[in-house]
Write a protein that binds this ligand. Structure first.
Ligand SMILES: [Zn+2]
Length: 86
């Protein structure tokens, strides 16, 4: 089979991931490389997700990749902060 990539996407495990614990309400961010239970999801679901252990209370919490728009805002914020400190 010959495959041609007509549009390259961003592999979800190269993004940042974020989860909110339904038990203690902590919000946690991690790298895709820290995700241990990656599920690609399917067309009925909201996309990729993973269950990880909450670092605060130990409950299982759902992580999803941070959306591209959200992530770029975050980086912009960091850039701005970085310039302020220079
Ligand atoms: Zn928790």
């Amino acid at each position: 089979m010959v495959m041609t990539v007509i549009k390259q996407g961003n592999p979800p495990l190269e993004k940042k991931w974020k989860g909110t614990c339904s038990s203690c309400r902590s919000e946690v961010e991690c790298l895709g490389s820290d995700i241990t239970n990656f599920e690609a999801g399917d067309y009925r679901s909201l996309g990729p997700f993973s269950w990880e252990t909450c670092p605060i209370c130990g409950a299982q919490m759902c992580f999803q990749p941070v959306k591209d728009k959200e992530a770029s805002n975050h980086y912009k914020l960091n850039d701005t902060l970085g310039m302020d400190y220079v």
